[in-house]
Design a protein around this ligand. Structure first.
Ligand code: C5P
Length: 330
């Protein structure tokens, strides 16, 4: 018999959005085996759909028709569900269905986003809420890339990426995502970075990204005129053009030359900024308009790339579109 859960079964359906990294600087290897990093995360419109249902009994069941997604206790949704049930001191039989649309191991934070969506869907299904600080702690315990999805929009990530701070919401900007077929292992990409770390100045560069973000933010609030004739352009494009970059490109591109090709293809298709997201293999480009993004995606597909046009999501849009609905009680 469930304690604290004695409602009829109900299914909560939520969207699990992806993120891209607007710059990522890797610092030194820490004593805990993680790397210090600085990044700006940006949520985008591509998403999976997560359905959470709870009924009397016990156990956690993960359902997904994609063979690449583990269904056992290693699944991030499984791991977070255990933690949430124990933090809320409830029992019940939880089923989580993952409708996979995002690439697996793609640098878009799919598995991390799925877990946060499962946590919030589970809270809704249980009609219970974890305090915000507990949510952040539980999310960070499951992985470095989870807490950002509790903020949404444009998010500063520091520490191992799990310490998150909302940045000023940037306007929705056209974005094209290219998903090459290769999967890149994040731990292996970090290890490749460590072998490169004999290059002096890696940590200085990490501090550099923090400085660029800080300069950009303070300029925004200083009231100083920007751009030609004082007309400010899209602040997201302004930010990425400050010269921010993703350090993973230095170790991932030499190993997977087709990914460098993908970035060049995005640039040739008119991207104002193109980059690897996280450790890849996903690449994305930012475009001046929705039309330009749509045309670029069509052109890239003609060239054989798996390309999809989407848009970056402000925090408000992220939370506005998060909840898909609640199937009635059975
Ligand atoms: O936190 P998460 O589970 O996503 O990390 C997966 C692996 O990536 C870690 O075990 C670690 O090897 C590596 N990692 C790292 N530094 C970070 C984040 C992840 O070395 N900041």
């Amino acid at each position: 018999m469930a304690s604290g859960y004695n409602q009829p079964p109900m299914t909560v359906t939520v969207r699990s959005f992806a993120k891209v990294n607007l710059g990522l600087s890797i610092g030194g290897l820490r004593a805990d085996g993680f790397h210090e990093l600085r990044t700006a995360y940006q949520t985008i419109g591509l998403h999976d759909v997560i359905r959470v249902s709870v009924e009397r009994g016990s156990g956690i069941e993960i359902r997904c028709s994609d063979d690449r997604v583990p269904k056992d206790e290693s699944n991030t949704c499984h791991r977070i569900t255990e933690k949430v049930m124990s933090a809320l001191r409830v029992t019940g039989r939880v089923a989580i269905e993952i409708e996979k649309r995002l690439p697996v191991q793609g640098g878009l934070g799919g598995a991390s986003s799925n877990a946060v969506a499962a946590m919030l869907g589970l809270e809704k299904a249980l009609k219970k809420t974890l305090p915000a600080a507990d949510r952040l702690r539980v999310a960070a315990e499951v992985g470095s890339d989870l807490p950002l999805f509790l903020v949404g929009g444009t998010v500063l990530g520091v520490g191992r990426g799990e310490q998150v701070y909302p940045l000023e919401d940037l306007p929705a900007t056209a974005c094209v995502v290219v998903t090459p077929e290769v999967g890149v292992s994040t731990p292996k990409a970090f290890a490749a970075w460590d072998r490169k770390l004999t290059v002096p100045g890696a940590s200085d560069r990490m501090i550099g990204l923090g400085r660029e973000l800080s300069a950009w933010l303070s300029e925004k609030y200083s009231g100083a005129p920007r751009g030609p004739r004082g007309r400010a352009e899209n602040p997201l494009l302004e930010l990425v053009r400050a010269g921010i970059k993703n350090d993973f490109e230095e170790v991932v591109f030499p190993e997977y030359p087709e990914l460098r090709e993908g970035k060049l293809a995005l640039e040739r298709a008119g991207a104002r900024y193109a980059s690897l997201s996280g450790s890849g293999s996903t690449l994305y480009g930012l475009f001046a308009s929705k039309d330009a993004g749509g045309r670029a995606a069509a052109r890239l597909r003609k060239q054989g790339w798996a390309a999809e046009a989407t848009v970056t999501l402000t925090r408000w849009q992220y939370w506005g579109a998060f909840r898909l609905g609640r199937a009635g009680t059975e």
